[in-house]
Design a protein around this ligand. Structure first.
Ligand SMILES: Cc1cc2nc3c(=O)[nH]c(=O)nc-3n(C[C@H](O)[C@H](O)[C@H](O)COP(=O)(O)OP(=O)(O)OC[C@H]3O[C@@H](n4cnc5c(N)ncnc54)[C@H](O)[C@@H]3O)c2cc1C
Ligand code: FES
Length: 259
């Protein structure tokens, strides 16, 4: 795995929803190497362990990476305090990324809450052949809808309380797309219950499905075992994988959701 580590200037910073920040860092070599679904490991001020954040968008021409994160605890709270002109200590790009091989038909990109950011760069590969289904708790948490539309995607937003878009679960909207036919792949990131439901749907409809998992991380490069998750082979044999190194993207049928 080839990755870099260094301090890179912050060239963009915006709060796009309450407690959700959109940063851009100038890191031309990392941007050149990065692919959709990979992540960077960030040294957040005031905490010891780095924190993993997905790559939301890659601009190779400008040499920038876009990172969108929600304040959850001390690390992300301190990270959000950084300003344009400050430097961010980043290791990356890490992990495997999505396999975005194109075949005939549409691909569906499903994001749940703060699982939406990595779906932006992934959907860019499909443009108008992408359908995006984005789920949020309520209207105040909706992010990146316009970015997805700008890529040409057909976007459906779902909220738990119906305060924006359609009321209900993303899986209902995905099922409707599958029933219409012409879907050849599902890519997803979000809560495990959502990923599990999508894995079941994908199996039922015989569609390829890749999911990006989130686990707490230590080293980020396969050396510490903090991020172990249970996976299985095609023959059903169970073993452990590292989310940081073997993932974060896995074939949905490989993941043991109740491991
Ligand atoms: C591969 C990967 C990509 C990620 N991409 C993004 C992203 O693009 N945007 C974003 O906002 N977040 C992302 N996350 C989650 C992010 O790393 C955590 O929210 C962050 O590490 C929390 O750090 P903290 O110090 O603020 O909070 P902490 O004080 O460490 O934790 C606060 C709370 O968040 C929970 N938590 C911490 N880490 C994780 C985790 N990895 N998964 C689930 N729950 C966790 C803790 O259990 C605790 O309840 C990603 C995680 C992984 C593994
Ligand atoms: S975070 Fe150390 S092995 Fe994955």
């Amino acid at each position: 795995m080839q990755y870099q580590q260094g301090s890179f200037p912050i060239v963009g910073r915006q709060e796009i929803a309450d407690g959700i920040y959109d940063f851009k860092i100038q890191c031309p070599e990392m941007a050149e190497q990065a692919k959709a679904g990979q992540f960077v490991h960030i040294r957040c001020p005031g905490v010891t362990l780095r924190r993993p954040i997905s790559i939301c968008q890659i601009d190779r021409a400008a040499g920038t990476l876009r990172l969108v994160f929600e304040v959850k605890g001390e690390g992300t709270r301190n990270l959000a305090q950084l300003r344009v002109g400050d430097e961010m200590d980043v290791m990356g790009p890490l992990g495997n990324g999505f396999d975005l091989r194109k075949t005939a038909g549409k691909a569906v990109f499903v994001g749940g809450g703060i699982g939406v950011p990595p779906m932006v760069e992934a959907a860019a590969a499909y443009g108008a052949k992408a359908a995006a289904v984005l789920g949020f708790r309520d209207k105040s948490r909706v992010i990146l809808e316009e970015d997805m539309k700008a890529l040409g995607c057909d976007v459906t937003v779902c909220t738990d309380d119906g305060s924006y878009g359609r009321k209900g679960l993303v899986t209902d909207a995905v099922k409707e797309l599958l029933m219409e036919g012409d879907v050849n792949a599902i890519y997803a990131c979000g809560p495990m219950v959502m990923l599990e439901a999508l894995a079941t749907l994908a199996k039922e409809y015989g569609v390829r499905c890749q999911v990006s998992l989130e686990e707490r991380m230590g080293c980020g490069v396969g050396a510490c075992l903090v991020c172990a998750c249970k996976t299985k082979t095609k023959d059903g044999e169970e073993n452990y994988s590292h989310v940081c190194k073997n993932g974060p993207v896995f074939d949905a049928q490989e993941v043991v959701f109740h491991g």
